[in-house]
Design a protein around this ligand. Structure first.
Ligand code: FHN
Length: 420
């Protein structure tokens, strides 16, 4: 059920469409290598994958000194990339707190030579750049805390008291995060809370403290319905990692996406998505009514890896010219076949046709839209001076005449204005 309080909370999020996810923590030091060996899998899972004892992993903190960290630069990169919100790991599954907390000494201010609270600096920098700011918080898995879930190599899981952990550790820490960092736009829970009752308790707690904060779908709290992830007690559906749905979803949804094959930094993962691929994925996602939360994994020195920055800046260039077709846009009121060489995003009386594969014969065929759209004027978004594009109906399809070559081979956007 969508109520109006939820609609009010979601206004900026629906407009935003594109956000920056940041996975940053102690795992950036080993960066995928432990004792000289490559540890397969996600960089931030190294403690789990290599079954590193708590006492040994903890010592990474002594070496964590990200002197190149510059919050304003990170916020500027997000802004230049055209991202409208940022979600950063306050605590990931390894349990290390990247913020100043009085509930454990295992935090960046007390346990590292860095001694600063980078999340305070980031919150401030984002505010200055007009970027909404939120926290990722691992509410269920915590391999460091004796009562958190998931560490069966140090702790006897049958003796754990998760409810105590949630009430005496998770909730107080969330209170710190929701009260000491200015307005928090979003809390990104992960993995799902073990029981619906505890999910509800957590959800109500966040709501009471900060009614405008959006809560991610992975808080859990209700069953999945026929394979589609549900938003449970959260405000929107969080899709599986890197999973774009086949067709549009009539609800708010977001997909968390990696830029390479890891969230936390891995020194040897160079499998970067190209800027063109990212742009086309963003378009595909918005055409199905969703948001893209795209990840960067900064290094232990505190830098967003250069390949990520380069990709993001290219995406930002495209968005500067074509943003009108993305921000505040959503799914069209008709379906597009998944193998069509175009995607459509939509605002009332304006259809944006994103041409992802240029028609070799100059005839752009929009399938099955008779009686669904009423074309009045058709033109290129980035070059209205080219003039109006001719069109004709062919059965149920609309055929638009386009020139021989694309204006932009990654995605040329055609605007179709509708008559009233
Ligand atoms: O286990 C985590 C993973 O490390 C990462 O944080 C992703 C981001 O969506 N969430 C979990 C897996 O789904």
């Amino acid at each position: 059920m969508i109520n109006s309080a939820q609609d009010d909370r979601m206004v900026w999020w629906r407009e935003a469409r594109f956000g920056m996810f940041i996975h940053w923590g102690l795992y950036a030091i080993p960066a995928g290598l432990w004792k000289g060996r490559c540890v397969p899998g996600l960089g931030e899972w190294i403690m789990h994958k290599a079954r590193i004892p708590v006492k040994e992993y903890e010592r990474l903190a002594e070496r964590f000194n990200p002197v190149k960290f510059n919050a304003r630069e990170w916020a500027r990169i997000a802004k230049e990339a055209g991202m409208k919100y940022m979600v950063v790991t306050a605590k990931h599954h390894d349990g290390f707190c990247m913020f100043d907390t009085k509930y454990t000494d295992y935090n960046i201010v007390r346990a590292t030579p860095f001694k600063r609270d980078p999340l305070k600096e980031l919150a401030e920098a984002c505010r200055k750049e007009g970027i909404k700011f939120g926290f990722y918080y691992s509410q269920t898995l915590d391999w460091h805390h004796p009562d958190g879930m998931g560490n069966d190599w140090d702790y006897n899981l049958s003796k754990q008291n998760f409810t105590k952990y949630l009430r005496e550790y998770v909730k107080p820490q969330l209170e710190e995060l929701l009260t000491n960092y200015g307005p928090i736009a979003l809390i990104w829970f992960d993995i799902t809370t073990p029981t619906p009752e505890l999910a509800r308790e957590l959800r109500d707690f966040v709501r009471r403290l900060s009614p405008d904060t959006i809560i991610s779908g992975r808080i859990g709290g209700s069953l999945r319905i026929s394979g589609t992830p549900s938003r449970g007690l959260g405000d929107y559906i969080t899709m599986g990692d890197n999973q774009i749905p086949e067709a549009k979803i009539e609800d708010d949804w977001e997909v968390p996406m990696t830029l390479n094959d890891t969230w936390g930094f891995k020194s040897y993962d160079h499998n970067w998505k190209s800027p063109g691929k990212v742009i086309q994925m963003l378009v595909d996602i918005v055409s199905k009514g969703g948001n893209l939360l795209l990840n960067v994994g900064p290094t232990a020195e505190g830098e967003i890896p250069k390949p990520s920055v380069d990709i993001l800046l290219e995406v930002g260039k495209w968005l500067k010219a074509n943003g009108e077709s993305i921000y505040g846009a959503g799914a069209a009121p008709f379906n597009t076949p998944s193998d069509a060489p175009y995607r459509c995003t939509y605002k009332p009386r304006k259809l944006y046709i994103h041409i992802l594969g240029w028609p070799w014969d100059g005839k752009l065929r929009i399938f099955c839209v008779k009686n669904r759209i009423k074309p009045e004027k058709i033109f290129f978004l980035t070059d209205p001076s080219y003039g109006e594009l001719a069109c004709r109906w062919d059965g149920d399809d609309l055929v638009i005449q386009v020139p021989e070559k694309p204006l932009d081979p990654i995605d040329t956007v055609v605007v179709l204005e509708e008559s009233a």
